[in-house]
Structures are given as structure tokens and as C-alpha cells.
Design a protein around this ligand. Structure first.
Ligand SMILES: C[S@@+](CC[C@H](N)C(=O)[O-])C[C@H]1O[C@@H](n2cnc3c(N)ncnc32)[C@H](O)[C@@H]1O
Length: 330
């Protein structure tokens, strides 16, 4: 996908992602972040255009200090602009706190700190480029001393073992890791394609391409990233406090779906196509026809898309060795 189209896709899925979050896991996250030392130090992994940063600003009482980390400079530029806009709309006064000299992917150099304050609350957000798949990126995390680490739609893109070791080390005792919308197979498209066998083969190849990410040796989660994240989290010494489904459900229903949902459905069809075009296991002509027909169904507001994801909340034992979560209804 072209960079600008990817940015548009990330923004288009904002509302869909928010409503897809597991309600129970989200309630636990809000509970564990309500109290505790302030400013609360937060790190958002794979920030993209800053969707999770904006959610954290809404969900977690400040003052906050947020490090927003991504591999792509252009995503962070967009994240910074959108965060400023959201804060200004929320009545925050945005002040500059000095700027770094530049961004250097892989070196974790920070840039563009931004201060916001409003009625005594404050949020300080640093947008930082870093490759979380590199030892330099992971070292930055380990040094962080964060009370909260969030990871939205990114854990299926990282080698889980090393990433979880760095996350566990980067959390302070009692800290929380909140990983949301981690892909966990399967993708379902309805109504069934007229050549069901073709689409089943196509979706199997698409998921196999996710498994292939780990073929070079890393412990990637592939199509089962959500499930494998649970075990990698426990192996890293964290305790899982919440786990639940956070599926995308794009269903036209009686009134059709929103323009944003159509963008997400279209992007998904295009991503599957881009992953498989040139595969010797499918005819390109059949693949083209599949894309055209599925796109026409989106245009006509007739395509239902369900994508299975999972959310996880994990806690690092505090110095006394306990993990505190408010029981339901307390
Ligand atoms: C699917 S997007 C999710 C973005 C955002 N969290 C959201 O849900 O809107 C994944 C993001 O992770 C970033 N990313 C992928 N691999 C990364 C890595 N090794 N280190 C840091 N960021 C990475 C990408 O640049 C992209 O912005």
C-alpha cells in the first residue's frame, strides 16, 4: 500500500478499532491506570498515526508522559499533527518544549516533544522513531521505566519472544502491558464467493504469508499472534489479567456502512491482493476477478467482513510480588 493510502487506512479504522476493543479488558485497563504515581509514564508501540495515544489521553487520567514510537517518520508526523488537533479540540493549550535535530530510524533518536496542559492536567508526548525489531529499539524500551506500555495492531509484526522480554524489562514493577487488536486468524468475507474453493485457498495463502514472517528464525506469532502473545507474555514473567476478543465486524445491515468502514474493507481486500499477486499457487486472472467482485460488493454496500483479533492486559508483579486488579463490580 502506498504510504499516503496507509495513513488514510489507519485513520479510517479509528472508530472501528475503538468499538471493537474487548469491553472487559478495557475496563480492567482503565481500572489499573486510574491510580498510581503521576506523571504516569506510558509508551505506545507502533504508534502509526497516533490512534492509541489519542485513546490513552481520553481514557487515562493525567498528568501523562507518553513516548510514541514507530518505525516510520511519516506516520509520526501525521500522529503529531492529529494529536495536536485532538488536544486543541479538547481545550488543551499546546506549547512547544523544544525540538530535536532529526529522526534517525533505528537509532531511537527522539524528536518534537510537545507539551499540553489544561486545567492543571498535563500531557507530554514525545514522538520517537525506532525499529522495535532491532536490538537498539528494544534497548530503548528496556531503559524506559514505563508504568504502561500499549501496543495496538503491532504485536503480529514483531518477533514475540524478544519483544516481550524487552516490554517486561521496560515496565516498572506493578506496570501494565495493554496489547489490543492483535490478529488471531481468521478473516471471513460474506456472502460466500461464487467459487468458494478459490476464496478458501486464497485466504489460506494469505494467512500462510503471515506465518512466513517467522520463517527467517524469529518467534513471530503469524496468523495465531493473539494466542501466541498470551504464552510469550507469561514466559516473559508477566501475569495475564485480562484476555478477550476484539473482532472487526463490518456489516452493512439495514443502512449500509460508513465511508470509513468501506475504506477499511477496501484496504483489506487490496492488502490480500497485494500479498498474493504473483503467487504461483493462484491464477492472476482469478485473483483480479476476485478483487473486482469483492470491491464491487463494497461499493454496493453488500460485503460483510469479520476479522478475529484479541486484546490482552498483563501486569508486572510489584515489589511485593502481587498484581492488583479491581474485581468486577467492586
Ligand atoms: C498496523 S499499523 C498500526 C498503527 C497504530 N497502532 C494503529 O492501530 O492505528 C502498525 C504500525 O507499526 C509500525 N511498525 C511496524 N514494524 C515496526 C517496528 N519494527 N518498529 C516500530 N514500528 C513498527 C508501522 O510503521 C505501523 O505504523
Amino acid at each position: 500500500m502506498q504510504p499516503q493510502a496507509f495513513i488514510e487506512y489507519l485513520e479510517a479504522k479509528y472508530n472501528l478499532d475503538s468499538r471493537s476493543l474487548s469491553g472487559e479488558v478495557n475496563r480492567l485497563f482503565r481500572d489499573v491506570t486510574r491510580a498510581g504515581e503521576r506523571p504516569l509514564r506510558v509508551c505506545d508501540l507502533g504508534t502509526g498515526t497516533g490512534a492509541m495515544v489519542r485513546r490513552v489521553l481520553q481514557m487515562v487520567p493525567g498528568p501523562l508522559e507518553i513516548d510514541a514510537v514507530d518505525l516510520e517518520e511519516r506516520n509520526l508526523r501525521e500522529a503529531e499533527a492529529l494529536t495536536r488537533k485532538a488536544l486543541a479540540a479538547g481545550g488543551f493549550r499546546v506549547t512547544e518544549a523544544g525540538r530535536g535535530s532529526g529522526r534517525d530510524p533505528g537509532s531511537s533518536e527522539e524528536n518534537g516533544p510537545v507539551m499540553q496542559d489544561h486545567a492543571g492536567r498535563a500531557a507530554r508526548i514525545r514522538f520517537r522513531t525506532a525499529d522495535l525489531g532491532s536490538s537498539a529499539g528494544r534497548a530503548m524500551l528496556v531503559r524506559g521505566g514505563f508504568q504502561v506500555i500499549t501496543a495496538h495492531a503491532i504485536m503480529d509484526l514483531l518477533a514475540l519472544g524478544p519483544a516481550m522480554q524487552a516490554i517486561a524489562s521496560g515496565l516498572r514493577p506493578g506496570g501494565a502491558f495493554y496489547a489490543t487488536l492483535t490478529y488471531n486468524g481468521a478473516t471471513t468475507l460474506l456472502p460466500g464467493y461464487r467459487d468458494r474453493g478459490f476464496e478458501e485457498a486464497l485466504l489460506e495463502l494469505y494467512e500462510a504469508s503471515m506465518d512466513a514472517r517467522g520463517a527467517s528464525g524469529g518467534s513471530y506469532g503469524g496468523r495465531r499472534a493473539g494466542t501466541r502473545l498470551y504464552d510469550a507474555t507469561v514466559s516473559a514473567g508477566l501475569s495475564v489479567a485480562g484476555f478477550g476478543a476484539s473482532d472487526w465486524e463490518i456489516v452493512p445491515g439495514r443502512w449500509g456502512y460508513s465511508a470509513d468502514e468501506a475504506v477499511v474493507a477496501g484496504a483489506l481486500v487490496d492488502m490480500i491482493y497485494a500479498e498474493l499477486v504473483g503467487s504461483r499457487k493462484l491464477s492472476n486472472q482469478d485473483l483480479e476477478r476476485w478483487r473486482e467482485e469483492r470491491r464491487a460488493q463494497i461499493e454496493a454496500q453488500r460485503l460483510t467482513v469479520v476479522v478475529h483479533h484479541t486484546d490482552l492486559l498483563a501486569l508486572k508483579p510489584d515489589d511485593a510480588g502481587s498484581r492488583t486488579v479491581t474485581p468486577r463490580g467492586a
